[in-house]
Design a protein around this ligand. Structure first.
Ligand SMILES: NC(=O)c1ccc[n+]([C@@H]2O[C@H](COP(=O)([O-])OP(=O)(O)OC[C@H]3O[C@@H](n4cnc5c(N)ncnc54)[C@H](O)[C@@H]3O)[C@@H](O)[C@H]2O)c1
Length: 249
């Protein structure tokens, strides 16, 4: 029960890593709001959690909308009385090279992956201040740490998440709010399904990972659990790399 009494809001919680974190956090004693544009999937995660005896709710959230963020945070505080943990997890992925990326694609990726994190943080901080502190976990990527031969906007958006996390950490340390980024390597979710759906594609992806396998959603969820818990009470502005050694090279 490492999160006993805590209330967490998870963007992009309807599937993949966000859904795994929602389930794990509830097992560890938290009450969780699953927030996503995918209503059916999000309601499904919440139904599973409730069936297993946990407490969770779904709220529709498009992370690019400040109004949606306002409502999601209000819903969380009205339903559960407080907000302790925000995971800015929602994102979209494209690997279009720079010269082939049109402006609309660039703006869309920045809007969801970067502006979405800003808006979530801006709206969550006052609720966390009212709760006496909190933990903000921003999901970046190894693509936010190092360059790549593939993609452009995605890496730039994730680099911005990395540094915005440090601004949050510094500006709200004295509020008792910690902010850290997580940098996953390849994780087996819908996001990279195209890359790993064929045996050749999976083998190619695995060959770039020193530990020799694609990560699971639980590999990341346990890192998020640590950052959300009081065990990480002296950690803020830090980068938790969970990448099977990809960026150690
Ligand atoms: N899977 C990987 O290999 C990998 C690697 C590094 C980082 N990440 C990061 O991990 C996080 C989770 O991704 P995942 O692997 O679970 O992928 P995923 O595609 O399964 O999950 C992303 C979730 O974000 C939601 N989302 C997308 N746009 C949204 C919007 N505008 N508003 C609200 N929700 C929205 C989706 O509906 C989905 O539920 C993302 O930030 C991603 O960039 C993933």
């Amino acid at each position: 029960m490492r999160l006993k009494g805590k209330v967490a809001l998870i963007s992009g919680g309807a599937r993949g890593q966000g859904a795994a974190e929602a389930r794990l956090f509830v097992q560890e004693g938290a009450r969780v709001v699953v927030a996503d544009i995918l209503e059916g999937e999000g309601e499904g995660v919440v139904a599973d959690i409730r069936e297993a005896g946990g407490d969770a709710s779904f709220v529709r959230l498009d992370v690019t909308s400040e109004d949606d963020w306002r409502s999601a945070v209000e819903f969380t505080v009205e339903t559960y009385g407080r907000l302790d943990v925000l995971i800015n997890n929602a994102a979209i992925y494209r690997r279009t090279p720079i010269v082939d990326t049109d402006l609309e694609e660039w703006k869309r990726i920045m809007d969801v992956n970067s502006t979405g994190v800003f808006l979530g943080t801006k709206r969550a901080v006052p609720a966390m201040q009212a709760s006496g502190g909190g933990s903000i976990i921003n999901v970046s990527s190894t693509a936010g740490l190092v360059g790549s031969g593939r993609g452009s906007a995605y890496g730039a958006s994730k680099g911005s998440v990395r540094l915005f996390t440090k601004y949050t950490a510094i500006q709200h340390a004295r509020d008792g709010i910690r902010a850290n980024s997580i940098h996953p390597g390849p994780i087996d979710t819908e996001m990279i399904a195209d890359n790993i759906s064929t045996p050749e594609g999976r083998a190619e992806s695995e060959s770039r990972v020193p530990l020799g396998r694609i990560g699971s959603v639980m590999d990341v969820a346990y890192g998020a659990l640590f950052l959300a818990s009081d065990e990480a009470s002296y950690m803020t502005g830090a980068e938790l790399v969970i990448d099977g050694g990809v960026t150690a090279r």
